[in-house]
Design a protein around this ligand. Structure first.
Ligand code: ACO
Length: 428
């Protein structure tokens, strides 16, 4: 027997058979359920899309209850251990791990596109000296649409590929320029002899030396962080990318919107909030008092809890290991002791256990970034660089999916019923 759901409408006594496929019913199948002639049919109400799938996707799989994250079927732990960010980006975008020749060609294409147009540089110089790097980042990505007019040809495969190369290659350059701008240092041009993350560190931190010496531990740590952040299926910023892209705008404009979504403190800003929280706690002795306040509803334990993961976020485990390696090079971040103790207490506390609140990816990533010398304002930008590959993969999948149309949710109108306009002099 086919999987179906039988619905009885108590208003009319009628019964409806609704097909269940892949664990879901089609919301539009409910339209046939009508109470009368004037009824336009039943719709679903789902604020924040808690229980609505808006697409079929082949990119990222998450099993939140069991702490599983896979890109194109490959477990995140194996990718973090053995892959590089560029190889992972290729996997997300093209569906398979590249062959040796494909990886060489992909890497060469990225290297060829790392430079920014000089006018982009000038545009970035126009920002205030204390502009938030994420604001600079998302504005600059949006401005790209005015430089690359071929980006409008979204159904031309080769034009699309060109924008993919540009976006993946140029986001670290924008990010580094945004950072250098914020501290008043001259921009450093890309060094294409270096790896993707090595070059990024060069553009951020190079001073007067002729050749920037990349620390291999920090270079690898950044690769791992980039792999972990590359995609996370239909989160807030990815839904923004798909939603904006569904109007068939160019990918730069869509990605400016996705980056704006990531800017928010509940999404890409959470690791900054973790650091602020650890600083506020100040010392291990203050932790019990802090936990008490959180349990009383006076604030949240930042870096804990996740809409999807109801067990330990698999990315948090990998990040914790990476943190140890980074601290061996940079010295221990003094906030680490507070974080470790906080985690220990929270994992034993009934409040957090019953609500399935575990550390998420942001709990330790901020500590690593801070130890590597990044200011907190750069944290969301460091998230946006690798997420670019996920955003574009999801955007392209949406574009090529014949089931997709312009995104247009419904609403339940609960406002005033029809009434006549009242002239100003008659209003009380
Ligand atoms: N600290 C304390 N209590 C919490 C926390 C937390 N971090 N997170 C959730 N809770 C509690 C809620 O108060 C609620 O309790 P109640 O049932 O007694 O009312 C219960 O747990 C469920 O919380 P919701 O808000 O319904 O969970 P939701 O899935 O909507 O929220 C979110 C997920 C936003 C991530 C939340 O856990 C949170 O705010 N965490 C802190 C911010 C954070 O770390 N965000 C990063 C997410 S990862 C990312 O975006 C990359």
């Amino acid at each position: 027997m086919a999987d179906t759901l039988t619905i009885t409408d108590n208003r009319t006594g009628k019964q409806y058979e609704i097909a269940i496929k892949d664990g879901a019913i089609r919301a539009t199948d409910l339209k046939q359920i009508r109470a009368g002639e004037d009824d336009t049919g039943l719709i679903t109400y789902d604020p924040a899309f808690m229980s609505t799938a808006a697409c079929r996707s082949r990119i990222t799989f998450i099993d939140g209850d069991n702490g599983i994250l896979e890109y194109r079927g490959y477990p995140i732990e194996q990718l973090a251990e053995r892959s590089t960010y560029l190889e992972t980006a290729y996997l997300l975008l093209f569906g398979e791990l590249p062959t040796d020749a494909q990886l060489k060609d992909w890497t060469r294409q990225i290297v060829l596109h790392t430079m920014l147009h000089e006018n982009i540089k000038k545009l970035m110089e126009g920002f205030q000296y204390d502009a938030h790097p994420m604001g600079v980042f998302l504005s600059t990505v949006g401005a790209f649409s005015t430089f690359y007019t071929d980006a409008k040809k979204i159904f031309d495969e080769s034009a699309r590929k060109k924008q993919i190369y540009r976006l993946i290659a140029k986001v670290p350059t924008i990010a580094a320029y945004a950072y250098r701008h914020s501290i008043g240092r001259p921009y450093v041009y890309p060094d294409n002899d270096l790896s993707f993350t090595g070059n990024f560190l060069n553009m951020l931190f190079r001073m007067t030396e002729l050749k920037y010496q990349v620390n291999p531990v920090l270079e690898r740590a950044l690769e791992i962080l980039f792999i972990l952040h590359a995609d996370h299926e239909q989160n807030c910023s990815t839904s923004a990318m798909r939603g904006i892209g569904s109007s068939h705008v160019d990918p730069y404009s869509a990605m400016a919107g996705a980056a704006a979504a990531l800017y928010g403190p509940l999404h890409g800003g959470a690791n900054e909030a973790v650091l602020r929280m650890l600083n506020e706690i100040g010392s291990v002795q203050n932790i019990p008092g802090f936990i008490k306040r959180v349990k009383a509803g006076e604030g949240r334990l930042m870096g804990f809890g996740h809409r999807v993961y109801k067990s330990y976020d698999p990315r948090a485990k990998i990040i914790k290991r990476t943190a140890d390696q980074v601290f061996e090079v940079t010295g221990r971040n003094p906030l680490l002791d507070i974080a470790l103790e906080l985690e220990r207490i929270a994992l034993e506390d009934e409040y957090f256990v019953t609500r399935k609140l575990y550390p998420n990816v942001d709990f330790y990533s901020g500590l690593i970034y801070q130890a590597m010398g990044f200011p907190v304002t750069m944290f969301p930008v460091l998230f946006a660089i690798p997420r670019t590959s996920g955003w574009i993969a999801q955007w392209e999948e949406m574009l090529l999916d014949p089931e997709q149309k312009i995104a247009r949710p419904r609403q339940l109108y609960v406002g005033a019923t029809r009434r006549d306009y009242v002239p100003l002099e008659q209003r009380s």
